[in-house]
Ligand binder design. Structure first.
Ligand code: ASP
Ligand code: ASP
Length: 340
């Protein structure tokens, strides 16, 4: 009998031996919007601790021996998948990757079937990337394995948001009161959504900047104001960059644009490409971020991407440490203790 996707579906998958007791403390990383500040801070501290582990000769801390991780990627990705694979190895877990860029798995039933199959093989943790927002939550409600969102449509990419925050913290110590501009295709960017929750929860003031058609319609509902952060929008790059402590450039995610949201890429680049000249109004020690993959010459000039201000390579390096912390945390471990 093939499983049917309804809320009342009553076929619980078996809990693999060795899994932590499921219960109210079940841990999935689905988004940063709902991640409590205490967990956010602990994950970021854990990432710093795991970076120290990565600097040792063995580069390993086998705290998840016996844990099976499946990377289930329904959308193409290189760095995120490889980063999760490395992270799993570095904490002693076993991982397999299932990659499907085709459309035959885009139907809900096949998606759940795929994950149930992996669970039956004993998978404890599922790292999922999917073109549809909400897929990680959908799975977390139906499978006993813990679920980590590796990017769902235009919704969130929480491990990216964590690594962005980790990278800025390394340089600034604290994000409280910092001015951070996120420039480009914010509307389609799960990176921007995750980053802004992390940044504002740590007290930063975020300006989202881009052509009106590429700004989110719900900007006033975004960001953790209770934590002292704020979110505003700006159509002119110069306004967003003025006094900024950090600027993040985003790729034009044309694969997620339904209509022609843009007059032309050349026109976009003329107005929004991050250049040295355009960064002149920012803080003297402004830092530049980009989640990758970069389109040099479109959203960012090569001389900026390769300048000392650019933290792009550090972001990638921090990705592995962040994911080590997340894997441990989802398995019920304290990430800082796990790395010690
Ligand atoms: N989308 C980028 C890539 O394919 C980075 C990522 O996977 O998050 O490499
Ligand atoms: N790698 C990021 C993502 O997967 C950003 C991008 O693809 O532009 O969302």
């Amino acid at each position: 009998m093939s499983p049917v996707l309804t809320e009342t579906h009553a076929v619980p998958s078996p809990i693999p031996p060795g899994s932590p007791e499921p219960g109210p403390a079940r841990r999935d990383l689905l988004d940063l919007e709902t991640l409590p500040k205490a967990d956010l801070v602990r994950l970021l501290e854990g990432a710093a601790a795991f970076r120290r582990v990565l600097a040792t000769p063995s580069r390993k801390k086998a705290v998840l021996t016996g844990t099976a991780v499946a990377n289930v990627f329904f959308e193409s990705s290189t760095r995120t998948r490889v980063s999760f694979e490395w992270a799993a190895k570095r904490v002693g877990a076993d991982s397999v990757s299932f990659v499907s860029a085709g459309s035959s798995v885009s139907k809900g039933e096949s998606l759940l079937d795929t994950v149930w199959t992996l669970e039956s093989m004993g998978v404890d943790l599922v790292v999922v990337r999917h073109e549809s927002a909400g897929v990680p939550l959908f799975l977390a409600r139906r499978v006993s394995a813990h679920v980590i969102n590796a990017g769902d449509g235009c919704h969130e990419h929480p491990t990216q948001g964590l690594l962005d925050a980790r990278t800025l913290l390394d340089h600034k110590g604290s994000l409280a009161g910092l001015k951070i501009a996120i420039v480009g295709d914010v509307a389609h960017s799960r990176v921007a959504r995750s980053a802004l929750w992390a940044f504002t929860r740590l007290g930063a003031h975020v300006t989202l900047c881009g052509p009106t058609a590429l700004l989110p319609v719900d900007a006033s509902a975004l960001g953790d104001r209770a934590a002292g952060g704020s979110v505003r929008t700006a159509a002119r790059l110069e306004d967003a960059v003025e006094g900024a402590d950090a600027v993040m450039a985003l790729r034009l995610q044309t694969e997620r644009m339904e209509r022609a949201n843009l007059p032309s890429v050349a026109d976009y680049a003329r107005r929004y490409r991050l250049t040295r000249k355009r960064l002149a109004g920012a803080a003297k020690d402004v830092l530049v971020l980009h989640p990758g993959p970069m389109n040099r010459g479109v959203e960012i000039a090569s001389h900026v991407a390769d300048s000392p201000k650019s933290l792009i390579r550090e972001q990638v390096a921090n990705g592995v440490a962040v994911r080590m912390a997340v894997l441990c945390w989802c398995r019920g471990l304290d990430p800082v203790e796990a790395a010690s």
